[in-house]
Design a protein around this ligand. Structure first.
Ligand SMILES: [Fe+2]
Length: 302
């Protein structure tokens, strides 16, 4: 196993940073590196972490991933009520705000262009979770959002392991621009044909003001690939994949659409997602949307 504190080809430990390094960090993130911080690079009060640990342990109260939607200041997936719910919402808001302030100054090329997406609190022990195959976190996959299509924009996620002592263990494979063309040469990866009737129905629903997500070919391909990778036992045994340990209190950021990843174990993580449009990327040629277009010859982002 690779401890994330030791630099290796998948992980870059960040010990000091200045705005002029932002472009270099963006480039390495986009090429599939994980940027790792031994400690939290932003402020989150001890009282906030204690609250999350205290409430997360009562599985009857909080038993799923809790999501926080910064745009509406709303928490979903928690059974907490009253003052406890307000407290949870306030803690998630603080976390989201602190991470966003940090990312804005850490990665200046994305400033003003990236979109703040959901945050989450993951209180469950990941090892041994009983989930259906496509929902399992312990199988290598790339991220794709069924209800929030990105149309080629990238999914940047910042994680924080708030467990007081336990590491979070990931497995990761080679980045998208390396593994996908290789895989596509060996295997037939063909998403089902786009269905014009479904597209027309969802377009009509949107005209009526109903919240139906408009997926591009890219989104359909990435959702298909997400499931395909989890189903493929050969890919899951890829000898190029390696385990990485994120110790208690550490923080890391990664493009989860661009590196196959699996969470093998760990409990109590916070996460904030950012959607980075193609025109903000410093190396758009390695973005999954470009790699898919080149490999398949199809236009993807429409
Ligand atoms: Fe994931």
């Amino acid at each position: 196993m690779t401890d994330a504190k030791d630099s290796d080809s998948a992980v870059i430990e960040v010990t000091a940073y200045a705005p002029e390094q932002g472009r270099w960090y963006c480039d390495h993130l986009e090429r599939g590196k994980i940027l790792f911080f031994r400690g939290m690079p932003f402020e989150l009060p001890d009282s906030a972490i204690k609250f999350l640990l205290g409430h997360g342990q009562s599985a009857s109260t909080l038993h799923k991933n809790i999501s926080y939607r910064p745009a509406n200041d709303v928490v979903k997936g928690s059974d907490l009520k009253g003052a406890d719910r307000d407290h949870l919402q306030a803690v998630m808001k603080t976390f989201s705000r602190e991470v966003t302030a940090f990312i804005t100054q850490f990665l200046p090329p994305y400033g003003g262009k990236m979109k703040l997406d959901y945050a989450s609190f993951r209180p469950e022990q990941e090892a041994g979770r009983k989930l259906s195959l496509h929902k399992r976190n312990d199988l290598l996959h790339v991220d794709a959002f069924p209800t929030r299509p990105t149309k080629g924009a990238r999914i940047l996620r910042v994680f924080l392991n708030i467990h007081p002592s336990m590491s979070r263990i990931w497995k990761v494979g080679p980045p998208f621009h390396e593994f996908f063309p290789r895989l596509a040469r060996k295997q037939k990866i063909n998403p089902p044909a786009r269905q014009p009737v479904i597209a027309a129905v969802s377009a009509f629903a949107r005209q009526l003001g109903l919240p139906m997500a408009a997926r591009s070919r890219y989104d359909e391909f990435m959702l298909y690939l997400h499931n395909w990778l989890k189903e493929n036992t050969e890919f899951q045994k890829d000898p190029a994949s390696r385990q990485i340990e994120f110790p208690s209190g550490s923080c890391w950021m990664v493009y989860t659409d661009g590196i196959p990843h699996a969470v093998l174990s760990g409990q109590f993580a916070l996460e904030q997602t950012f959607i980075v449009p193609t025109n903000a990327l410093v190396s758009p040629e390695v973005a999954p949307v470009r790699v898919l277009e080149e490999t398949t010859g199809l236009r993807m982002a429409s």
